[in-house]
Design a protein around this ligand. Structure first.
Ligand code: ATP
Length: 251
């Protein structure tokens, strides 16, 4: 991939690879100025979690997959970091779920939208992935948000019943929840506003979540959505894991 030359046996190979993807995306104009800061905050929490999928994150992932599979109008919302870090994987998941993806970025400029669309279209072509990419021509607004970040498409985000918003900001997450949608958040920070606002929050690293979802998407995960699910308990378990780890009690 490009000029990435790190040795896969390097203990921080995965972290270096993700940083490299962001650097490349930055050169192509795909990212907002704050993209690296957001990634750094995620990396810090991943250290605390132990760079692994916790049992609570696995439970949330299965729940999220089940909600997506039983939805009438599921959609995967993508921002710049998601496209840069996992453009191929997110398209593969959308293909397996038979749902569209929608580019929905906080700092919207025509140049950034074009760069993101171009990147995803190139992956689609190279990998023969058949997925609808929405967002280029917004025709609706998310109620309760001001400015360009309210823009969305009616056939995608507006009419969706289940929406996955990896790495979303708290305000938009809250606005989507207020619309009555099932909102699936992926966020390594169990304390972020998005994590606390989401209907189902997966406290895990984006690329690990997508790999798990792709692997499990063929499994029989269609749980009854009325079955008890407690998102606050999932967040508390992630925090408890961090606390126990650093109190030395897990030795
Ligand atoms: P909020 O408004 O929800 O409190 P925030 O301002 O803390 O969010 P943002 O900068 O909007 O955060 O988004 C970055 C969030 O995404 C952080 O909480 C960070 O932990 C998380 N994050 C960054 N990279 C990843 C990743 N690769 N996988 C999962 N989560 C990530």
């Amino acid at each position: 991939m490009d000029d990435f030359a790190a040795d896969p046996s390097h203990p921080r190979y995965q972290s270096l690879l993700l940083r490299h993807r962001l650097e490349e995306a930055e050169k192509k104009g795909m990212l907002a100025g704050s993209a690296m800061i957001a990634h750094g905050r995620g990396e810090a929490f991943d250290y605390l979690i132990g760079e692994t999928t916790l049992p609570s994150a696995k439970a949330a992932t299965v729940r999220a997959l089940s909600a997506l599979k039983s939805a009438q109008h599921p959609v995967l919302s993508l921002n710049g970091n998601v496209v840069a870090l996992a453009g191929k994987e997110v398209l593969l998941l959308a293909e397996k779920l038979d749902c569209p993806v929608e580019i929905n970025i906080f700092y919207r400029t025509p140049e950034r939208m074009n760069a993101l669309l171009h990147h995803l279209e190139a992956i689609k072509l190279a990998e023969h992935i058949d997925v609808e990419i929405l967002g280029a021509e917004p025709n609706a607004k998310i109620p309760g948000l001001k400015g360009p970040r309210a823009n969305c498409t009616k056939e995608g985000i507006l009419d969706s019943d289940v929406i996955m918003v990896p790495l979303e900001d708290g305000d938009r997450c809250e606005a989507l929840v207020n619309m009555g949608k099932t909102v699936i958040v992926i966020d390594l920070n169990p304390l972020s506003r998005s994590a606390r606002m989401g209907t189902i929050t997966i406290v895990d690293e984006l690329t690990r979540v997508l790999a798990n979802m792709i692997q499990w998407s063929g499994d029989d995960v269609e749980l009854s959505q009325s079955e008890a699910y407690d998102n606050d308990a999932i967040l508390a378990q992630a925090l408890a894991h961090i606390a126990v780890k650093f109190s030395g009690q897990d030795n």
